[in-house]
Design a protein around this ligand. Structure first.
Ligand code: ADP
Ligand code: MG
Length: 355
């Protein structure tokens, strides 16, 4: 009960805004369901307090995204970009559909996608996490340590969401923003997320998902699961469904593909990832079999991935193999992955501070 009072007080004292309070800057993204801008408050005093912001104008799915962001802010704030406020903008005259506005703090310029596009990756991430560092010799071991640190950050954020009961369903490099203030990656874009404890957004909307990063199971819950819980009454039931179907493992598969792309320079482009997906499907999602088919004639920037993952007796390859599996229930959970021996070795200095 106290939680409701706290939530109520928090809402009462949190500043509220209207669309006119914001000045829009450059466009950061545009999808089928919304447009995202850099923005700031027009009132200079308030603006200097809040800093740069991000404003998303969203169509009908904006309601779910606001709900998810409110929930995340209370349950696992560190996992996602700092959410400031969300509201329904009154329809302008005419028949324009209703429009939602969502406001976050501007976390930084770079998504993991942007950073992976650079030839400097993963060293450009190391600089971001540690600040200016002296030039140590570059090599596989150092790259492995950086990738390991990023993976730990991503699993930590994902574990926060999953422990809250939220499955993101659109984990991809474009939806992982590097927070300059926290010096860590955070998850963004909760528009396709689903909260299984409460049943929000449970009906799968597969058209919201990105086929390049989706797990082979299209629906995160078995289609044989009794009717979808659509009202909060389902709270008592869903932990059971969670255990049965392991819906969180959908995100784990996507994160496995990101791990793969970080380790293999040759798989960072869209077209090479699509080709990888095709090859993996052809060998029935058996990663070891895929390795046997490509490794003998692998070019250097493909071979490099195997070399990185083979360090320390192949502990990285082992973790990757436990994430990219056909059957969801055979994939490792985010929490179990964090306890995997791959992470026993020291990562980058600051990474230990995030817990
Ligand atoms: P969509 O993918 O639906 O267009 P996103 O929420 O993913 O919307 O945002 C689009 C882009 O805007 C992101 O890929 C990222 O580059 C940028 N962005 C979103 N949220 C933030 C944030 N809090 N801080 C900085 N950049 C952001
Ligand atoms: Mg996005």
């Amino acid at each position: 009960f106290d939680m409701f009072i706290l939530a109520f007080l928090e809402r009462l004292f949190r500043p509220s805004f209207r669309k006119d309070d914001f000045v829009l800057g450059k466009k950061l993204g545009e999808g089928a369901f919304g447009v995202v801008y850099k923005a700031s408050l027009s009132n200079p005093k308030a603006s200097s307090k809040l800093g740069d912001l991000v404003l998303k104008k969203a169509t009908e799915y904006g309601a779910v995204e606001i709900w998810m962001n409110e929930r995340v802010r209370r349950a696992c704030a560190n996992s996602c970009a700092d959410f400031v406020y969300g509201f329904l903008e009154r329809k302008s005259k005419g028949k324009g559909a209703e429009e939602y506005c969502l406001i976050w703090r501007f976390e930084g310029e770079d998504t993991l996608y942007d950073l992976m596009q650079s030839k400097e990756f993963p060293y450009n991430v190391e600089t971001k996490i540690l600040g200016d560092i002296q030039d140590l010799p570059k090599g596989l071991g150092r790259e492995n340590r950086i990738i390991q640190t990023v993976m730990r950050q991503l699993l930590f954020a994902l574990d926060g969401l999953h422990s809250t009961g939220i499955v993101h369903r659109d984990i991809k490099p474009q939806n992982l923003i590097f927070s300059e203030a926290a010096r860590t990656f955070k998850i963004i874009d909760l528009g396709a997320a689903t909260d299984l404890r409460v049943g929000i957004n449970y009906i799968p909307k597969e058209f919201l998902l990105d086929p390049r990063y989706t797990a082979p199971e299209q629906y995160i819950m078995s289609t044989q699961t009794p009717s979808a819980p659509s009202v909060p009454v389902a709270t008592a039931l869903s932990p059971v469904l969670w255990q049965l179907n392991r819906p969180d493992r959908f995100d784990i598969y996507s994160l496995g593909l990101i791990f793969l792309q970080m380790a293999f320079p040759a798989l960072r482009t869209d077209s090479s990832l699509i080709q990888f997906n095709r090859q993996l499907k052809r060998v029935n999602y058996d990663l070891q079999a895929w390795r046997r088919t490509v490794e003998p004639r692998a070019a250097p920037d493909l071979r490099k991935g195997f070399e990185i993952l083979d360090l320390d007796d192949g502990i990285g390859w082992e973790l990757l193999s436990s994430m990219i599996r056909y059957k969801a229930r055979r994939r490792v959970s985010a929490k179990a992955a964090l306890a995997h021996p791959y992470f026993n070795r020291e990562g980058l200095g600051l990474s230990v501070m995030q817990n």
